[in-house]
Write a protein that binds this ligand. Structure first.
Ligand code: CP3
Length: 357
């Protein structure tokens, strides 16, 4: 296997020294880029982009052609998994995702199964084609939704602002929710392991909705299943360690619990202070984050200033990957992304220079 030209991201996840802080952005391929919108129009729809390896590869590489990012992330969606379980995913223009057959009763939940990975072959084909197209320039990140976050969409049938269906299930038939989560956890473990076998060099679990839970419910219904997945993942491929990143949005108060799962790194949303997070988890894990994505809506000067501020909270010591605290907005001006990436590289080099004295 060819050595990576730029392995800064993987080194930072292993908490090894790097010359600068690596950076990538959640949703770095997306609607804020005119070239993404053009490819999506050619493909027809968002899911047509995901289902076609050539299109998925093209849009994955678009942000890397514009900005010197230190990692690529597979272009796909977390909801491909429940779609493969037969729930019938669609994305209506201007609306969020929707499932034709949400899980609303005992029969639907008891009929659920771990899907044949053949139904997700288009994802694995995209992984291998992207890995090939990257030509060893930067590492490729694979990903999945967490069992709980997937369950939110599977039970609600769409995005939600009150999560009343899944909470009704949680607080009336916890046994059924556990049944669903156990199936999701087995599915996600196989799904991520197959991404790793096809070329993903790091994987990230997106627990976008774990933060809507109480501490007790988070441990029981989200964290426990992420721990199972971490324990079941292939952690070495082609002689290289494959790091796992856990990201619970709104999970700032549970960092110690998250670090105890055996993952390599924690994703932090923007409400968490970097220095405080580091003090709490010590050197057990690397940290990834955590600029408020809203900063990108401001002036270029403020983007640079806030980027430096975030870097300063983490300091020059190894084990930090710069990212936003959540996905980039479709309204973010891409010139600000340029400022962000160059500021991360320049300021983090300076931090190391000053640290040496
Ligand atoms: O980070 C990347 O660049 C990789 C691609 C990626 C997408 N979705 C592409 C996408 C990743 C990692 C995701 C994860 C995802 N998808 C999550 C977890 C992360 C998070 O943001 O919290 C969730 C909750 C979803 C579900 C989902 N997909 C929603 C709610 C939506 C609609 C919201 C929106 O922004 O329109 C999507 C669609 C989606 N996924 C788009 C992209 C680029 C926009 C589709 C379009 O082109 O219109």
């Amino acid at each position: 296997m060819k050595q990576l030209e730029n392995d800064t991201f993987l080194r930072a996840l292993r908490r090894q020294p790097t010359d600068y802080t690596p950076v990538w952005l959640m949703r770095q391929a997306g609607r804020y880029l005119p070239e993404y919108r053009a490819t999506r129009a050619t493909a027809g729809s968002f899911m047509d982009l995901c289902r076609n390896a050539a299109f998925a590869t093209e849009v994955t590489l678009q942000p890397l052609a514009r900005f010197p990012l230190d990692a690529a992330i597979l272009f796909s969606d977390i909801l491909t998994v429940p779609d493969a379980m037969g729930l019938g995913l669609s994305f209506a223009e201007g609306e969020g995702p929707r499932f034709a057959r949400p899980l609303r009763d005992e029969h639907a939940i008891k009929s659920l199964y771990v899907p044949d990975m053949a139904a997700l072959k288009y994802v694995f084909d995209a992984v291998s084609e992207i890995r090939h197209a990257l030509k060893g320039s930067v590492p490729l990140i694979g990903f999945s939704g967490s069992p709980f976050t997937l369950a939110c969409y599977m039970v609600e049938g769409a995005g939600s602002d009150d999560f009343r269906h899944i909470k009704a299930l949680m607080y009336s038939r916890p046994d059924l929710l556990h049944h669903l989560l156990a199936i999701n956890a087995r599915t996600v473990t196989t799904y991520l392991n197959t991404q790793i076998e096809n070329g993903a060099q790091a994987v990230m679990l997106f627990d976008t909705w774990g933060g809507v839970l109480s501490t007790a419910a988070y441990r029981e219904f989200s964290l426990a299943y992420m721990r199972q997945i971490v324990a079941g993942l292939k952690r070495e491929q082609d002689g290289e360690h494959v790091p796992v990143v856990l990201f619970t949005k709104g999970g700032g108060q549970w960092l110690e619990d998250m670090a105890d799962t055996g993952c390599d790194a924690l994703g932090l949303d923007w409400t968490v202070d970097g220095a405080g997070a580091r003090a709490r988890v010590g050197d057990r894990v690397a940290l990834q984050g955590n600029l408020d994505p809203g900063v990108l809506m401001g002036s270029a000067d403020q983007v640079a200033a806030e980027t430096c501020r975030v870097l300063d909270t983490f300091g020059p010591q190894p084990g930090h990957v710069f990212n936003l605290g959540h996905g980039i907005s479709q309204y973010a001006p891409y010139d600000n992304v340029s400022v962000l990436v160059s500021t991360v590289h320049a300021h983090s080099r300076n931090q190391r220079r000053f640290a040496k004295g």
